[in-house]
Design a protein around this ligand. Structure first.
Ligand SMILES: [Zn+2]
Ligand SMILES: [Zn+2]
Length: 200
């Protein structure tokens, strides 16, 4: 627990009840029942794989998400983006991310079979300058620690790192992920998947 957690006591981000970042009642509005979909056509696909017909050489191979991007997930991630110094909130989100992923058989199979590295989904230069940090990088590093996967600067990826997960907090259109996948594959990554905390 960091010193700032004492200065800012934990309150439910939705109903403001003291105690935790999400009280049990508000927690029940989170949806882990996340349908797997293809990043390109957005239609259902097994294990979040990109359909063969939707793919070319540089297309992202698939995407896993932990939560549905609903009202409650949105509120929670908004707090995280604006108060990254709350280490308990970071830990709470990492825990949700982790718990949901390790119950996803497709993800576990993939992770077991090969060596992977994490990169954070890139932020535009303007936003990074304004915010001073990349929230996706915070998530990548903390999730990486739990899964024992190293997080590497996306600009340092070359063909020695063949399999890459791009970690992000929220994905709506998937355009940023697809662009990052394209760059990574052109630089020699063999497999590129998205790993997102909340997806719509
Ligand atoms: Zn609440
Ligand atoms: Zn598709």
């Amino acid at each position: 627990m960091g010193i700032l957690d004492f200065i800012f006591p934990k309150r439910c981000i939705n109903c403001k009840k003291l105690g935790d970042y999400l009280c049990p009642n508000c927690f029940s509005y989170l949806s882990f029942d996340n349908r797997s979909f293809c990043m390109i056509c957005k239609k259902q696909s097994e294990n979040g794989l990109t359909h063969k017909l939707c793919k070319d050489k540089y297309t992202i191979d698939g995407c896993f998400s932990a939560l549905k991007y609903n009202y409650m997930a949105k509120k929670m991630i908004f707090q995280f983006k604006n108060k990254p110094y709350l280490t308990d909130l970071q830990n709470f989100l990492t825990e949700l991310f982790y718990e949901s992923l390790i119950q996803n058989e497709g993800f576990i199979e993939l992770v077991k079979r090969r060596n992977w590295v994490f990169v954070a989904s890139p932020l535009s230069k303007e936003i990074f300058r304004k915010r001073g940090y990349n929230q996706a990088e915070i998530l990548a590093r903390s999730l990486g620690k739990k899964l024992k996967i190293q997080t590497i600067d996306i600009n340092k990826i070359n063909r020695t790192f063949r399999n890459v997960f791009i970690v992000d907090d929220v994905v709506k259109t998937g355009r940023t992920l697809q662009k990052a996948s394209n760059d990574l594959k052109r630089r020699g990554s063999r497999r590129v998947y998205g790993l997102i905390l909340a997806g719509s």
